[in-house]
Write a protein that binds this ligand. Structure first.
Ligand code: ZN
Length: 307
């Protein structure tokens, strides 16, 4: 049985420039774990890198397609424009000291819906927000807090999220010409917040390094995913068939504002082809590419991961 709402974000996938600078920022500066080192299943001569918490839990996963020669992109209407990590209770000051010690620039402190946050730029200039939350964990970050979607018109996307996905409206504010609507999935799962923004200023986005490719929501089981597929169809959204992504099953569709949405299953998870202890250390390939592993390993640049 499908619960009446999506629990939250499963993963976010973005585009980056050279892989090593991406690894350095997310494993070094942000202290995330590289939980899977694999290839772009549609272009196996490029990496697909997954960062997350120690176990690679849904709601903590940020993935990148690094292209050494990717041109810079910029977010605009019809694109996801930022992701935010949840800073556990009491660790916000620690983060600012840590970034200061490492001479990492950040903007802020700002406040949004009563929560303090700062904004960093990753190696490709993508905004990464760290938001102070009430969550408690030993980790320095507790996965995603939210994703921001930049829309020309907020209403149709808000309707999809509330009526089909079961999100609830939690607040509305306009700051410096940017209107922001906050939607929250019931429950307290990681990444259960979606912010929709609309800007007064005309702007056109361009996909490229430093931009988000798609946003994946969670289905706890394959059966739940099939139910979401039916439910979306009843709301007029036809998804792709179920696609096997090795670590989850995926369906995709474009939301009314143009952002590519995915619904990804929790199972089988990232420990399906290597133990949790050594996640991300070896290059993992799906079965169809094992026969050409030598060729793939020759063209991929070696990566050094911060320990
Ligand atoms: Zn995805």
């Amino acid at each position: 049985m499908t619960k009446n709402s999506i629990p939250g974000i499963h993963h976010v996938t973005a585009i980056s420039g050279p892989a090593q600078a991406n690894v350095d920022f997310y494993t070094g500066t942000l202290k995330q774990r590289l939980v899977k080192k694999t290839v772009n299943f549609d272009a196996p001569d490029t990496y697909h890198l997954y960062y997350g918490d120690r176990k690679g839990s849904p709601g903590t996963i940020l993935t990148f397609f690094p292209f050494a020669d990717a041109g810079p992109g910029r977010a605009g209407p019809g694109m996801a424009s930022a992701y935010a990590y949840a800073v556990p209770k009491g660790k916000f000051t620690e983060w600012m000291e840590r970034l200061g010690d490492a001479a990492v620039d950040f903007a802020g402190i700002d406040e949004r819906f009563g929560q303090q946050y700062i904004t960093l730029r990753d190696a490709d200039g993508a905004p990464v927000e760290l938001i102070e939350t009430d969550r408690t964990t030993e980790d320095l970050l507790d996965g995603f807090h939210s994703v921001t979607l930049w829309e020309r018109d907020i209403a149709p996307t808000a309707r999809l999220l509330t009526d089909a996905f079961g999100y609830e409206e939690r607040g509305h504010e306009t700051l410096r010409g940017v209107e922001r609507l906050r939607l929250v999935a019931p429950g307290d799962e990681r990444g259960n917040v979606i912010d929709l923004i609309r800007s007064e200023k005309p702007s056109i986005g361009r996909s490229g390094a430093g931009t988000i490719h798609h946003v994946a929501f969670r289905a706890r089981t394959n059966e739940e995913q099939r139910d979401w597929q039916d439910r979306l169809l009843s709301f007029g959204h036809r998804t792709t068939p179920v696609i096997d992504r090795q670590y989850f099953n995926a369906i995709y569709f474009r939301e009314p504002g143009g952002v590519l949405f995915e619904i990804a299953t929790d199972p089988p998870g990232f420990a399906v082809d290597e133990p949790v202890r050594t996640l991300g250390q070896a290059l993992k390939l799906p079965p169809q590419y094992e026969p050409i592993r030598d060729r793939i390993e020759r063209v991929l640049p070696p990566l050094k991961v911060a320990s």
